[in-house]
Design a protein around this ligand. Structure first.
Ligand code: PGA
Length: 250
């Protein structure tokens, strides 16, 4: 199972800034190590440019940060998996904490989106993770259990495990510089694995579980070597080719 090194560029970068960053990243990374895969989630407006820039580079792919649950129609402002794929995207992201807590997406809608994205041919990364109040109240397992089960509710049980990943991102560690400690990560990832096994049986061992939340060049190699950490999802430190290339190669 290759480690998935994913960059979430959120609402950053114009088209040309994104293309230049992707070019620089590919140059700095050179040949991606055999056991790694690099994934960029640019904004919709730069998706095609970044996909084209990386098209000839092996082990690089792109994805859409969001999508709607229809192929087309009167849904002003929305975008479909089919449109993402036409811009070169292979992946889609669902359940990111900013969509849950800033844009108000529910578990139910995230589950619908995840299943629709899979059905429409994307590989989907489902993000889960607790708020600081939930951690303090001892509810990490309750929250993660609910978010994974609801998020994957309608995903076919015979799915190719390559097509689904879970990103554990404790909300209090996102963009704060406060990274979860190794024990917290191992514990949460082990728990995610158990839930996935309960849902998918043995093939759950081939589903990648990524960690996200203040991953940086200087903490990535430790995080990536922990049990049940099959990749990372990086925000701030993925915005520059220099720092993200160090993470990819960590
Ligand atoms: P961060 O963001 O690396 O800036 O903490 C992670 C994410 O939002 O996926």
């Amino acid at each position: 199972m290759k480690k998935l090194m994913a960059a979430n560029w959120k609402m950053f970068k114009t088209w040309d800034e994104a293309v230049i960053t992707a070019r620089k990243l590919a140059e700095l990374v050179g040949t991606v190590p055999d056991d790694r895969e690099v994934l960029i989630f640019p904004s919709f407006t730069s998706l095609k440019g970044v996909s084209k820039e990386l098209a000839s580079k092996s082990s690089f792919s792109t994805g859409g940060q969001d999508f709607y649950t229809e192929e087309q129609g009167a849904f002003t402002g929305e975008i479909s998996p089919k449109m993402l794929k036409s811009c070169g995207a292979v992946f889609g992201l669902t359940g990111h904490s900013e969509r849950r807590h800033v844009l108000g997406e529910t578990d139910e809608f995230i589950g619908k989106k995840t299943a629709y994205g899979i059905e429409a041919g994307l590989k989907v990364v489902l993000c889960v993770g607790e708020l600081i109040e939930e951690r303090k109240a001892g509810k990490v397992e309750e929250v993660v259990d609910r978010q994974i089960r609801e998020g994957l509710k309608d995903v076919p049980r015979d799915i190719d495990p390559e097509r689904i990943s879970v990103a554990y991102e404790p909300v209090w560690a996102i963009g704060t510089g406060e990274v979860a400690g190794p024990e917290e990560i191992v514990e949460a990832h082990g728990f995610c694995r158990k839930i996935l096994q309960d849902i998918f049986g043995e093939k759950a061992n081939e589903i990648r579980i990524l960690y996200g939340g203040s991953v940086k060049p200087d903490n990535c190699s430790q995080i990536i070597s922990l049990d049940n950490v099959d990749g990372v999802l990086v925000g701030g430190a993925s915005l520059e080719g220099e720092s993200f290339s160090k993470i990819v190669l960590a």
